[in-house]
Design a protein around this ligand. Sequence first.
Ligand SMILES: [Zn+2]
Length: 180
Amino acid sequence: MHNDPLTIEQIVATDLMSTHLESRPHESAIDRIGAFSKGNRLATLLWRWKYANDANCALPALNVLVRIAAKDFGLTGADLEYETLRRACKQALREWRDPQCIECGGTGEVVLEARTIQCDTCDGTSVRRYSDGARQSVLRVSDTEFPLWQKRLGKIAAVITGRCAQLRNQIAQEREKTLH
Ligand SMILES: [Zn+2]
């Protein structure tokens, strides 16, 4: 128990998946990890989606994220920009869910003529880069609107990482309590 190489995300994912396999509807891992039920619905859905591979959580997560972002930006469903907001949230989720470079699969290296070399696409960073042009075409906004949406995309990404960090802390605290 003294060295714990697994991240909180991995532990929770293992727990979630084993619950899924054993299918015990009355006592889910979600319930056992008390922190999950305490208000942070976005992060709960995001973790189930990403770390436990639960595709059913993708749409609910998007809907919750859109609601949070709309509130932050002062937008309502009546605004013309609402559909753009939805696309921005989708893009932010995509970037969070699959951050790794597709060329090298996130290893930072590719094999070329039997030699392993640094991946050109990501310069060996393993991280998938989205160009401004790629983001703009996903968002379907004009050149004049794009700077504002780029800023908003950053804020949406911060909501995602912020809520996930909050959940990670909650679970870490719960685990501390049960270990001592
Ligand atoms: Zn790469």
